[in-house]
Design a protein around this ligand. Sequence first.
Ligand code: S6P
Ligand code: ZN
Length: 187
Amino acid sequence: MEYKKPLGVDIDLETGVIPGAQKLVRRLSSLKGYFLDEKAYNELLREDPVVYEVYAIEQEENDGDLNFATTVLYPGKVGKEFFFTKGHSHAKADRAEIYYGIRGKGGMLLQTPEGKAEWIPMGPGTVVYVPPYWAHRTVNTGNEPFIFLAVYPADAGHDYGSIAEKGFSKIVIEENGEVKVVNNPRW
Ligand code: S6P
Ligand code: ZN
């Protein structure tokens, strides 16, 4: 039997960087069609800000193995809507996931395949259990980077399709200085 080598890494709790991880950068231009306010989207597109970065340590897609990744989700809004991650379900839809809040303020939108959505607020120290079959998206509702760790099965994969098409049945907006989770008018 060949054993894999164990690994210990220190996450930089200020920046979310995992040393030696693969870095992925998502700018606003990669989120075309995701936000409700198209005019506000096109205006902000001139700057094309980085919306989030992911630092991932992933294994081959073997049953039983685990991946982990930090996400650094920057503060910002498109119109009334707070910056968010694309959101996905897992390609193997029955794979669960654990999130752990490190820095900043935000939350997670989760949704069943039938479109029932739930909102879980998150801050440093919050653990979120994402059950099998629930699509998930994180949202930064604060004014500093929202940073969290995700641990997920190595064979989970990502399915962006249905969220890219339809979004979530709820959206997270700022109205009169307050964070509100409301029904998506386009749903
Ligand atoms: C992976 C896990 C996270 C996200 C990351 C970016 O299963 O849920 O690492 O990949 O937060 O979000 P998204 O929706 O663009 O993959
Ligand atoms: Zn996931």
